[in-house]
Design a protein around this ligand. Sequence first.
Ligand SMILES: C[S@@+](CC[C@H](N)C(=O)[O-])C[C@H]1O[C@@H](n2cnc3c(N)ncnc32)[C@H](O)[C@@H]1O
Length: 386
Amino acid sequence: MAAGNLPTEPLVKLSNIPGRGRALLASRHIKAGEILLSDAPLLLYPASPTASAPSSSLTSTSPFCSHCFRSLRSDPVPCVFCPTAVFCSTRCLSAGLSSFHSPSLCAILASLPPLPNSDLLAQSHFLLAAFVLSSSSPANFHLLLSLDGSDASQEDAIFLHFLLGPLTGFSLELTAALIAKDKRNSFGLMEPLRKENAGGRTVRAYGIYPKASFFNHDCLPNACRFDYLDRDGDGNTSITIRAIHDIPEGREVCLSYFPANWGYAERQQRLMEDYGFHCSCDRCEVEKNWKDGDEGMEEEEDEGVEGLEGENCEDEGDGDADFPHAYFFVRYVCDQENCGGTMAPLPPLPEGTPSGLLECNACGWLKKEEGFGGDDDGGDGAMLDV
Ligand SMILES: C[S@@+](CC[C@H](N)C(=O)[O-])C[C@H]1O[C@@H](n2cnc3c(N)ncnc32)[C@H](O)[C@@H]1O
């Protein structure tokens, strides 16, 4: 990863937009690839103990460190108090024992009954992480409570309150509010894309990032999030947000809350169920008029690819009227098999020269910027996956 030079002035500023709540706006003209934000997590929790274990089990060991979430290499260090946690080093073991893997929490984790599904398991981990935060850093716990989200499925909240309330002391209302905040604000930190998980990559951990939580969603985002869990050194659980293309001063900076290649119906369903809003972004306004079955758009997409090769992305409004955002897919959606991640340029060089390289935020693939649709991108040509 090229971290690039971090700007001294914040590149985004908080604002309120009617109907969208808090939002982050570009505080000056932003160049493609610039790092808009680096954010450390308020809390992190594992998505499930291990991909190979039954999702309801809490008693199997993990393929990654229970404290720093890096992939385990040689000689992992097991937790001395529970059969669940395992650490990459004694340093992580001692850091873990003074936070999420304290002896009392290990006892709680080990005593939980098998849960009916992996969502409830992840939510249990979240509530326990929130419990740890509430005593280790009341200020950060208040920050968590100030994030968006107040309603949650009563059914889940009642179950989790029954299960964990006696241990955490959280009321039913607080449990429900916390679950809603998690649903609306957590970022999934994915397993790296490897041959063995190519059919369906899993989330390794979830994190709540206090500043990045203010990015609203757009189905054609102008920024995207990168994480580098397996990198060495401190701060491997921080995320960075980079501009996908130039963003004018004052424009809202938005992420996509899921892979950009999802179809219209799937996007709207997720946004309504998990985030409580109907999306009426430019892309949705076009796609809502597509007939059933247009989601594939293979023919139109292919035409779009050819028609847009070499076009500047600033021309986004001038493309095919049925698929004006084809440029986005050609240029910024990763076409590596089973990926569909979003590609953003690496940060510009110190003197401001564009890096000329795009990096995929899911599989890490790098391609030359000028090669999109051509031979430089691996010889596959561009494919559209919508
Ligand atoms: C991660 S938070 C983003 C920050 C949030 N606006 C706030 O005030 O804290 C996600 C929530 O923001 C709102 N939101 C995000 N994108 C939106 C959009 N495109 N249109 C309307 N509301 C949106 C929804 O309420 C969503 O649940």
